[in-house]
Write a protein that binds this ligand. Structure first.
Ligand code: ASP
Length: 302
């Protein structure tokens, strides 16, 4: 890939209901994550490292339904999903319904070195343990979950998409899934072509929202096709998200973030809240938003 003119990073803290009590923590969290990931890019690091770093930051913050803040399933246990994709060679690593790990995104990253793209359940947890990643007991994870004010059926996910100085793209996701979900449920988040995709020749994208509907619509794959046809990344994401209710019912909502190979950034959502932070080499500081309308108002630069 040719040297690009700079670097770009966009992160999100989930498509979810609006909760006034959680506004500030969401803003602060995406701000912290985008700064952490951007530091990697500014130092000449890879898009993949920046995405992993940003997502680890979000997983460690209990306000987000991923890692430490994951919501419990129907049986009261914590099962998480995460995915990472590298646009350089289309390598991908993903885990589904993994238990007892602090940072599922780190396990997804380790899996990228293996032939397998996706490990789930006991196999994913065993792989993580074999690799010696930091563990967290179900009790520890549940203690955090109890502090999380999620209601039954509530969902959200965290994600990040980056373009590095060498013109490489990467995308990643991490989630605790849906509050009260069936044991073993896996949504779109770890599925390349569903909840995420990255290809240096096209762009990179990731989604949050109604996981079954995002999967049925193969939203990340659709974005790639649209971008190949020359579509604007934000229009492509907005059109994809707008398809959710038609397929999944009136309640099906979501949000997506993306970067086209030329560095164009876009995001869109039809959920009440979508916490987004972005920073590029051309900006003086992060821009953080909880809703698309704030961007139009232009008031969220930090
Ligand atoms: N997409 C996630 C899932 O279905 C949840 C979310 O992003 O809201 O597991």
């Amino acid at each position: 890939m040719a040297q690009s003119e700079g670097w770009s990073l966009i992160v999100h803290g989930g498509a979810k209901p609006w909760d006034p009590a959680e506004e500030q923590a969401n803003r602060d969290g995406v701000d912290q994550a985008v700064r952490a990931g951007a530091a990697v890019l500014a130092a000449g690091g890879s898009a993949l490292d920046a995405v992993e770093t940003a997502i680890r930051t979000l997983e460690d913050l209990p306000i987000f339904n991923a890692g430490r803040g994951s919501v419990p399933n129907q049986a009261g246990g914590i099962e998480m999903c995460a995915g990472l994709m590298d646009g350089r060679d289309l390598s991908a690593g993903a885990v589904g319904a993994i238990r007892e790990v602090r940072n599922p995104i780190g396990v997804a990253r380790l899996l990228m070195a293996e032939k397998e793209v996706l490990l789930v359940g006991e196999g994913a947890t065993r792989f993580a343990k074999d690799k010696g990643v930091p563990l967290a007991s179900q009790q520890e994870l549940l203690a955090e979950a109890e502090k999380h004010a999620a209601t039954e059926g509530q969902h959200d996910t965290v994600g990040a998409v980056a373009l590095d100085q060498a013109g490489n793209l990467a995308a990643g996701t991490s989630t605790g899934g849906i509050n009260g979900q069936k044991v073993g449920r896996i949504g779109d988040s770890p599925l390349p072509g569903g909840g995420l995709y990255a290809d240096n020749h096209i762009g990179a994208v990731c989604f949050s929202g109604d996981g079954e509907t995002i999967t049925r619509l193969a939203l990340a794959g659709r974005i790639m096709a649209s971008l190949e046809d020359g579509e604007d990344v934000e229009k492509a994401i907005a059109k994809s998200v707008a398809k959710l209710p038609g397929t999944g019912g009136a309640e099906a909502d979501g949000g997506g973030i993306g970067i086209r190979k030329d560095g164009q950034i876009g995001w869109a959502h039809n959920s009440p809240m979508f916490a987004v932070g972005m920073l590029t080499s051309r900006m003086s500081g992060p821009a953080v938003y909880l809703h698309k309308s704030e961007e139009a108002e232009g008031g969220a630069r930090r």
